[in-house]
Design a protein around this ligand. Structure first.
Ligand code: G6P
Length: 604
């Protein structure tokens, strides 16, 4: 979703902004823009629709300065046009602003304060910068007063960085709900919505809290709270490695991240193992789960599917019932809760607005919250009572792969430790370290046979408009994720179905040649799913069977090594990730940057 960068005090502001925006490309966007200026007021505002490369094409060598702001926009209010792209300017053009988030009361502000103002586009952001301009130019406030007053009036989520052209040595910064950090350089300072954007420049960052207003200059950072009092805060060191966020020799991040999964499984195992070889989790977290009478997993997209993939083993090992909910539904229709609920938020980014609104609500109700995320210090992590990290390394491709498997593995770590604490025999007998090792081997065996999967994909999915994944139990849960992968990058309309449910309606969609991919890794239900395969086959479907060794039959298209029944999703998902990858490549599409999607969805 939208990305923000800003810099003050550097002789090469344009370079820093462009490189920062490139690092944020992975989050998804449809237009971009920069504004740069310097002490001599050489001002340049450049915007472009499409990729950052389009913006770069428009930037001449004269476009440079000491101060600047930049933005990648993922359209919400108004189409992705140049007029709607950020930075936006005030009525007179004096104030220039970039914004992430959604201003809920922008129409009210427009009607109440901005009569007679002319707007170039349809965005809520333009209203914010006009409001600040009005306070200064019509009402005689100082820029700082106007900025703070506007922040008091604006309702919604925002991260703002603003330049007053008359003060080209200052960035005005503020946030509510949307992520924003100050990055500390030597003789210059920066602002960014994600540490990744500025990690090339520095590892030292300052958090900004909701409601704070920050004045950033080349050699100073002044943080004020809502009451206008100075706040002092120590910087933190972002533990991000530049090589972690590179593609290496891979053509696409998604393939790199699929390949990394065996290593991630082993890393999770070692991060949560003590020197005696015991699987361990912070005792407060174990206690909190143990004390609960029901676990509510709340998440979105792939993380939601990881929740489903974790439910069965979590219940078996802890004997605590688990419910899995979509965040966007849960928050506004909170079901009847148990007496002592514990909430687990699964979120790769730790920034998803849908999940955050639920977290805020259930925390207010006094319930304990655990966030399981890949990003230390993310909003969902900061606002939860407890955090467990995925240790998957940055995930850049929009289609989530290693974060999904890392979430399931981390949930298994938690289930195992809570189960052992409760003296549950199933948990005691489940050798997680060994089982994750077997999963890693099974994953490696799949990625070693990429070419086979590439061929299966070319043979069966090259021209189709739709497809189905079917399975039962864990294979159903992994089918949902497999179908999402396929949809989001290849644009093949694909649904994941409980195999037994197909005949209750959806089988009507099966035509000659419709691809149906069956996942079969659970012995008890294998025969039933095979029956469902026959049903669609006799109606003309083109069936592809992916099975585990113990369920395999002659003629199956791809067989994975057997892993523990709790963890089959971890291995079964890998061929599906590769099928989605190759289906996308074979259609000539960009695997890492699918249309309309964002990696980190910071609006509801
Ligand atoms: C976006 C991404 C998905 C992701 C979902 C939840 O829609 O495109 O890949 O699964 O958000 O994100 P989270 O960061 O909370 O796991």
């Amino acid at each position: 979703m939208c990305g923000i960068v800003g810099v003050v005090g550097s002789r090469n502001a344009t370079d820093i902004l462009i490189q920062g925006l490139q690092k944020l490309e992975y989050r998804g966007y449809d237009s971009s823009g920069i504004f740069v200026t310097d002490e001599e007021h050489n001002e340049h505002l450049i915007k472009a629709v499409g990729r950052i490369s389009e913006l770069q094409r428009k930037i001449g060598i004269d476009v440079n300065g000491t101060t600047g702001i930049g933005h990648t926009r993922w359209a919400t209010h108004g189409k992705p046009t140049e007029n709607n792209a950020h930075p936006h300017v005030s009525e007179s053009g004096r104030f220039v602003l970039v914004h992430n988030g959604v201003i809920e009361n922008f129409l009210e502000i427009k009607n109440e304060y901005l009569e007679g103002h002319h707007f170039l586009g349809q965005t809520d952001t333009e209203v914010a910068v006009h409001l600040i301009g009005k306070f200064v130019e019509e009402d005689g406030m100082t820029t700082k007063e106007a900025f703070c007053k506007a922040l008091d009036i604006i309702v919604g989520s925002f991260a703002f960085v603003m330049i007053d052209k008359e003060e080209p040595d200052t960035l005005y910064v503020g946030k509510n709900k949307s992520p924003l950090l100050v990055a500390l350089g030597n003789g210059y300072n920066m602002v960014c919505s994600d540490a990744m954007a500025m990690i090339r420049e520095t590892h030292d960052f300052l958090e900004i809290h909701d409601g704070e207003r920050v004045i950033v200059k080349a050699d100073s950072v002044e943080i004020l709270n809502e009451a206008g009092e100075l706040v002092s805060r120590e910087p933190f060191v972002a533990e991000l490695d530049l090589s972690d966020i590179g593609k290496g020799t891979y053509p696409y991040y998604m393939m790199k991240e699929i390949d990394e999964q065996p290593a991630v499984m082993r890393r999770i195992s070692s991060k949560y193992t003590d020197e005696n070889g015991n699987v361990v989790v912070d005792s407060e977290i174990v206690q909190a789960v143990n004390d609960s009478d029901r676990v509510y997993i709340v998440a979105c997209g792939t993380s939601y599917h990881a929740g489903w993939a974790s439910k069965m083993f979590f219940e078996k090992m802890t004997e605590i019932p688990v419910e899995v909910h979509l965040a966007s539904e849960f928050g506004y229709n909170i079901p009847l809760l148990s007496k002592k609920p514990l909430f687990i938020f699964l979120s790769q980014s730790g920034e998803t607005a849908d999940s955050r609104q639920v977290l805020v609500k259930v925390s207010k109700l006094g319930h304990k919250v655990l966030t399981i995320t890949n990003v230390a210090g993310s909003t969902l992590s900061r606002e939860a009572d407890y955090t467990m990290l995925l240790h998957a390394g940055p995930e850049i491709a929009v289609a989530s792969t290693k974060a999904y498997t890392a979430q399931i593995a981390t949930m298994a770590v938690l289930a195992k430790t809570v189960g052992v604490f409760r003296k549950n025999t199933i948990a005691e007998e489940f050798d997680l370290t060994k089982e994750l090792g077997l999963v890693a081997n099974a994953m490696s065996a799949v990625v070693a046979e990429k070419e086979v999967i590439e061929a299966i994909t070319a043979e069966n999915l090259l021209t189709t408009r739709n497809a189905f994944y079917i399975g039962r139990g864990n294979d159903y849960y992994v089918s949902m994720e497999a179908a999402l992968k396929m949809k989001e990058i290849s644009y093949i309309q694909c649904e994941g179905f409980a195999a037994g449910e197909l005949k209750h309606g959806t089988i009507a969609l099966i035509e000659d040649g419709t691809p149906v991919l069956a996942m079969i890794s659970q012995k008890e239900v294998a025969a039933h799913t095979r029956g469902n395969v026959m049903e669609v086959l006799s109606r003309g479907a083109n069936t592809i069977v992916i099975s585990s060794e113990e369920c395999a039959e002659v003629g199956d298209d791809f067989v994975i090594n057997t892993v523990h029944p709790f963890l089959t999703t971890l291995a079964m998902v890998v061929p599906a990730q590769l099928i989605a990858y190759y289906a996308t490549l074979q259609r000539g599409l960009d695997v890492d940057k699918p249309r309309n999607l964002a990696k980190s969805v910071t609006v509801e």
